[in-house]
Ligand binder design. Sequence first.
Ligand code: EPZ
Length: 421
Amino acid sequence: MDKFIIHGGRKLKGTVEIGGSKNAALPILMATLLTDEPCIINRVPDLRDIRTTIKILQELGKKVEYDAGTLTVKAGRKLKTEVPYDLVKQMRASFWVAGPLLARFKKAVIPLPGGCAIGVRPVDIHLKGFEKMGAKVLVQNGNVILKTRKLNPAKIILSFPSVGATQNLMMCACLVKGRTVLENVAREPEVSDLIKALKSMGAEITQDAKGRIIIEGKSELGGMEHTVAADRIQTGTYIIAGAVTRGDVTVKDCIPEDNEILLDYLKEAGFDLQVGEDWIRIKPKCKKIKPVNIKTAPFPGFATDLQAPFMTLMCLCGGQSEISEDIFENRFMHAPELVRMGANITIERNTAKITGVKNFSPAVVMSSDLRGGAALVLAGLCAKGVSEVERIYHIDRGYEHFEDNLTKLGAKIKRVNPVTQ
Ligand code: EPZ
């Protein structure tokens, strides 16, 4: 399995361009199942999860071409309504095909997505919404079987503003005649990007003052030409990399307003932030990193996907910081690995108490999930000496050209495959 070898202790300096968002692209690719018309999607990052999604669309019957970031999806043979387990087990977001398949064929058979390192990851909110629209839900032999003669418009109040459930139910409702209202929805930028893509297909979707999503279902949708929005989590990760190495980093082609709360906390931590239309620059303003307490929350709150990289930063603060993970039940696996690099972190239920140390010490550490893996790389960039980060296939799920971008910023990092060493 590949690993990164990092010679740390160098300040990052320079500019990095941000690509399209993985978490915006995935549901938009699933939305192509809502039509037989050709769909062209630009700025699709070349990541493992995207490749898995392409395989799922092809397995279902779509013709997919992917070249230089542009993905073209066309009708192929008659679409299947069953997704194979070996693809779903690789990526739980595969479950997002349920909404489109149910809407078009009134049937879908999807393996129940297993949990992952960060939590059980149930899909009960998705299923309750489909039931509200009239689907019969059966969980049998590890599969979710959704079936109905007819789907009806409904008012659905999500028990939690789940990103995936909001997207799945919204895609389904686009082809259910009548008015469906989704309440207590996720407001992440990835949901807004999906709404933009669906509207370009002819879907009628509005959001009211209460933040509800109102869908007037259509009998069919057309194709799309859509460019995926910039990845706010990659943006935040590179900004934090600049902060933790006390460098001077500019991130370009991003959407600063998607990272507002992170920038507020970085200012509080003693950094100088300059923000333009589509760029952010970070430099140190104070000698020491000031401690900041954060709680993860649904957007516009602090993104759970940036909790791990931010913890790396707080490990070097001049005092005590508390980070509480209020979205996922097990998203601190990077903490013991950071402790192996000299950090001082104690975990009490969903709160990490961090006492800042002078610097990390180099070590061999192991990623358990994609954001935790990125956090370990950031720690390796600070530690004076040689660190190794193993199981970087996790990182490859969410960071395109990660080591190339960091090298461009002056890091000494290389990917090696120990099997061939
Ligand atoms: C999306 O996952 C992202 N993945 C995650 O990014 C991200 O961390 C998460 O949203 C929160 O922002 C994709 O977009 C592909 P949720 P999703 O449904 O939709 C619970 C990354 O690092 N829940 O908003 O699965 C759930 O267990 C990944 O890029 C239910 O209980 O997240 C969790 O505790 C990791 N029942 C919370 O809600 C449900 O039916 C938030 O989950 C659905 C969710």
